[in-house]
Design a protein around this ligand. Structure first.
Ligand code: ADP
Ligand code: ZN
Length: 432
């Protein structure tokens, strides 16, 4: 089944010309309403008028996550706040987080995209959806929620955490669909097993998973544990949130990117050069319809490959392979995006620490764990009353990590000069 037959099955030439038309409109708009774009287009000596085709896009400069942070909080909005009805944000301390605004129409667009995803997964108004993506400033929870209501399904706004209660609701409410990160699904399966609940006997039929990398063997494991079909959902908050791309039931070899709303390019992450369609590279997204925060050539940092062969489902939109690699040092820990620089920013604000630290990421059962080792200063070490002081610092780090980044960390303070200065700041022991 296809939610928006007209747009999702458009012949490719029609999609391309719709993209060019919408691109020209959005370029005009951002050039005249967002100071950042005027400056960056002028610096690159390019005017909206110069862009007559998709191929011309390479004349336009990229926008990066750094630009989003530099314009924190609302510097990239292209509409007045009176037109903004929703704000979401990434984690991070002030100036190290990014803010995403939505107009009423943006919320409509986003709901429509999620509705497409759900219908691509065979979900109808007769389904009950257990939505365990995080609600709040994250885009996952509310993003899914509005799309689910749009198709008339019954939504359980579960959010993350509290596995026992999740399992109770799964048993008592009998949802037919579950949405969460793949690792959380595995965690629920483990908890279920410990509680003696047969997860296969639940009414669940299909699961929609995303927000972090996962591979085929994780898919098999989830499908086996719950007796469901597991599908991949992709999106990033900067662009709009989840619902930018979705796997269809018929294809199951990549996610259709909804090209009437986004242009996707593949670039060489080192040189920025545009690569031929089908090459592996970093995906770059341009929003065509977003009103509050249009993005022109946003470097996602996600490495993937586009699949242009026609799909059995009848959708004409290009597909992207599952994302397993990043072009930068962004870490996804329990579905939350974190940069080592954000952790460093927390540490430098705490007196008594050296800027030397090491982040160790691993899995405890199905869930990610984060261990942080930080060197203390010589002064703290030699002070009397040191132990108490050290405990205080440890507690403060744990609290700031939780408050600003939303992540539970195990923190260990170590003597000065114990962590090799040149050693890896991040050790990621997880395997995808
Ligand atoms: P989300 O709620 O989707 O995680 P964020 O904006 O917090 O939204 O994070 C976006 C990033 O999460 C993407 O750039 C990508 O690295 C990762 N991501 C999202 N969905 C997937 C997916 N299905 N597979 C792999 N990585 C994903
Ligand atoms: Zn398909």
């Amino acid at each position: 089944m296809i939610y928006n037959e007209e747009f999702e099955t458009m012949p490719r030439e029609v999609i391309k010309s719709l993209q060019v038309k919408r691109l020209q409109q959005v370029l005009e708009r951002v050039y005249h309403t967002v100071g950042f774009y005027k400056k960056s287009f002028d610096a690159a000596k390019v005017k909206p008028d110069d862009i007559k085709s998709i191929a011309d896009m390479k004349k336009l400069p990229f926008i990066t996550r750094k630009d989003l942070r530099d314009n924190y909080p609302f510097g990239l909005f292209s509409v007045p706040m009176s037109s903004v009805v929703r704000l979401h944000a990434s984690s991070g301390t002030s100036g190290r987080s990014a803010v995403f605004g939505y107009t009423k129409r943006d919320i409509e667009t986003w709901s429509d995209l999620i509705a497409r995803c759900l219908v691509a997964a065979g979900i109808t108004k007769n389904d009950i959806i257990h939505n365990a993506f995080g609600y709040g400033l994250f885009t996952g929870g509310l993003g899914l929620h509005y799309g689910a209501e749009k198709i008339g399904a019954s939504v359980i706004p579960m959010s993350g955490g509290n596995a026992k209660r999740q399992i109770m609701i799964l048993q008592d409410f009998g949802p037919t669909v579950i949405c969460c990160t793949p690792s959380y699904a595995l965690h629920l399966a483990e908890e279920g097993k410990a509680l003696g609940v047969d997860m296969k006997s639940l009414k669940l039929r299909v699961g929609i998973f995303g927000a972090e990398p996962w591979n085929k063997s994780t898919r098999d494991e989830i499908e086996k544990a719950f007796g469901i079909t597991a599908l991949d959902l992709f999106g990033l908050s900067e662009v709009i949130g989840p619902g930018m791309a979705m796997e269809c039931l018929e294809g199951r070899n990549g996610m259709h990117i909804f090209e009437d709303h986004f242009i996707v390019e593949t670039i060489n992450p080192q040189t920025g050069e545009v690569l031929p369609e089908g090459s592996e590279g970093e995906l770059v997204f341009t929003t065509l319809t977003k009103e509050a925060g249009p993005l022109i050539r946003y470097r996602s940092g996600d490495i993937s490959r586009l699949i242009t062969e026609p799909c059995r489902c009848g959708r004409s939109h290009v597909k992207m392979e599952r994302v397993l690699k990043r072009s930068d040092d962004m870490l996804i820990i329990r579905g939350i995006n974190i940069f080592p620089s954000q952790i460093e920013a927390i540490l430098v604000d705490i007196e008594g620490l050296q800027p030397n630290y090491q982040i160790i990421i691993d899995k405890v059962g199905a869930l990610d764990s984060l261990d942080l080792q930080v060197e203390v200063s010589d002064k703290i070490c030699s002070d009397s009353g040191g132990v108490k002081e050290l405990q205080k610092i440890e507690k403060r780090i744990v609290k700031d990590m939780k408050d600003y980044l939303g992540i539970a960390a195990r923190v260990k303070l170590v003597q000065p000069n114990t962590l090799q200065k040149t050693g890896a700041k991040v050790i990621d022991k997880r395997r995808y």
